[in-house]
Design a protein around this ligand. Structure first.
Ligand SMILES: [Zn+2]
Length: 396
C-alpha cells in the first residue's frame, strides 16, 4: 500500500489546502482558461531570479546552501530538457518534450539594491510554520509575513519567492500560487524542507528526494494545471497531454488508464515519483508563455543581478564538491559538469587503497549518493574528459 493513498482521508481538515494529494496547490478559477487570443512571439531564454526564504525551528530544517544549489540544478536541467532521465524514454515520448527555455538563478541583489546570496535564513519558535495560516479571509500564511513570524516576500513581480518551512503533516509536500492569484504578498511557493534539493534519505523517502516537487510547483507558478479530469477531457487546458481520469501515483501506471490514452506518467505535472518525472510538453510551454505574457510580464524584463545557469565542460577543483562533509555515512558528490560528459569516480581509503570505482557515469541525477560503511578519512577522485580532481571527505 502506498502511504499517500492511506493519507488522503486526513487532508480535508488542512485549512488553506484544497488538493487531495501531495501537492497543496488549489484548484484553478475561471482565469485559468487558456487565453488563446494572446500571441506569444518566439522568444529567447527567460531567466527568473529566485530567492529562498528558510524559516527553521529545529536545526535539521535549516538546510544547507548545497541542498539549495542542488535544487536549482534540478530546476534548470528540467526546464531546459537537459535531465538525463528524459534521454532513456522512447523516441515517441522524447518528441513530446519541450525545452521550456526558462532558467533560474539565485538573486544576488535584494529589492533594496543590497548584495544578497539568494537565500535568507531566520530562526522561528513557531511549530510547523510552513502550513500555518490566519483564519481571516483571505488567509495569510505565517511563513510569508514578517508580522506573523515569517519573512516578507521580495518584490513578487521580479522574483520567484520560495519559502522553506516545516509542514504540519507529511501528506502535503508543497503549495504554489497560480499566476492569476491576486494577493501579491502571498505569491510564490512554500515547501517542506524535507523535499528541497537532493540529499541522503532512507529508502522510504526516496520517492520525493530528487528535487522534482519544486519542478512541479514552479509549473503551477507559471500557470500549469494537473492533467487529469473526471470526464476524460482536457483537465489542464493543454492539447498534447493525454486525457486521464485520475492522478498517477507512481511510475508504473502505464497499462491502467480509463480514458483510453497511453498515460504520460513522466509529465512533471503528475504526482509520479521524482525519478520518473521527465518532461513538460510543447503545448505546456505555449501555455506557460501565454501566462507569463499576461500575468508575469515583469519576469521578462527584470534587471535583477544573478549568476546565470551554466555547466562547465572541464572538471576543476571548484566544481567537485561534497555535502555534508564531514558526514555520518552518506555523502553527496556534487559535480557541476556538462551532463553529456562521462565521469569516472574512484574512492580511496586513508592508506591509499582503492575501495570503490565507478566508470562511465553519465549523471542520471546530480549529485551522486555514496554510502560509506566505516568511519574514517577517504579520498574521492573524479575524472572526466582527460581531467582529474581529488578531494578529501571525512566520515564520522
Ligand atoms: Zn500540483
Amino acid at each position: 500500500m502506498r502511504p499517500l493513498l492511506q493519507l488522503l482521508f486526513a487532508l480535508s481538515s488542512l485549512s488553506g489546502f484544497s488538493q487531495n494529494a501531495w501537492c497543496g496547490t488549489g484548484l484553478p478559477d475561471q482565469q485559468a482558461e487558456l487565453e488563446s487570443k494572446i500571441n506569444v512571439e518566439s522568444r529567447s531564454t527567460i531567466t527568473i531570479p529566485v530567492v529562498f526564504h528558510v524559516l527553521w525551528k529545529d536545526s535539521v530544517e535549516n538546510i544547507s546552501d548545497e541542498r539549495i544549489y542542488s535544487q536549482l540544478d534540478v530546476l534548470n536541467t528540467d526546464f531546459r530538457a537537459l535531465n538525463a532521465n528524459l534521454k532513456v524514454l522512447s523516441k515517441e515520448k522524447q518528441n513530446l518534450a519541450a525545452d521550456m527555455q526558462i532558467e533560474f538563478c539565485l538573486a544576488f541583489v535584494d529589492p533594496f539594491g543590497n548584495p544578497a546570496k539568494g537565500i535568507t535564513r531566520k530562526q522561528t519558535s513557531i511549530d510547523n510554520i510552513g502550513t500555518q495560516n490566519t483564519v481571516s479571509i483571505p488567509s495569510k500564511a505565517f511563513i510569508k509575513n514578517s508580522s506573523l513570524g515569517g519573512t516578507d516576500a521580495w518584490d513578487t513581480e521580479k522574483y520567484l519567492n520560495i519559502w522553506i518551512g516545516k509542514f504540519q503533516s507529511n501528506t502535503i509536500l508543497a503549495e504554489s500560487k497560480f499566476p492569476w492569484d491576486t494577493i501579491r504578498s502571498e505569491d510564490g511557493i512554500r515547501i517542506d524542507p524535507e523535499y528541497v534539493g537532493i540529499h541522503c534519505v532512507d529508502a522510504l523517502k526516496k520517492r520525493f528526494s530528487y528535487g522534482r516537487t519544486l519542478t512541479h510547483e514552479v509549473g503551477h507558478y507559471l500557470g500549469l494545471l494537473h492533467p487529469w479530469s473526471a470526464d476524460c477531457t482536457l483537465g489542464d487546458q493543454v492539447q498534447d497531454t493525454p486525457p486521464q481520469r485520475n492522478a498517477y501515483y507512481d511510475c508504473n501506471k502505464v497499462d491502467d488508464d480509463e480514458c483510453g490514452y497511453i498515460p504520460l506518467v513522466e509529465n512533471f505535472m503528475q504526482f509520479s515519483d521524482d525519478l520518473c518525472l521527465a518532461l513538460f510538453t510543447h503545448d505546456q510551454k505555449k501555455r506557460v508563455d501565454q501566462m507569463i505574457s499576461k500575468y508575469r510580464p515583469k519576469l521578462l524584463s527584470n534587471n535583477v543581478s544573478c549568476f546565470p545557469f551554466y555547466y562547465p565542460t572541464e572538471l576543476t577543483e571548484d566544481n567537485l564538491n561534497f555535502y555534508p562533509n564531514p558526514s555520518t555515512g552518506c555523502v553527496m558528490v556534487d559535480i557541476d559538469l556538462d551532463t553529456k560528459l562521462e565521469i569516472e569516480l574512484e574512492i580511496f581509503d586513508a592508506t591509499g587503497r582503492l575501495i570503490h570505482q565507478e566508470s562511465n557515469i553519465v549523471m542520471s541525477i546530480r549529485p551522486i549518493e555514496i554510502n560509506f560503511l566505516q568511519s574514517g578519512m577517504y579520498f574521492v577522485r573524479a575524472k572526466s574528459n582527460g581531467k582529474s580532481v581529488t578531494k578529501k571527505i571525512i566520515v564520522l
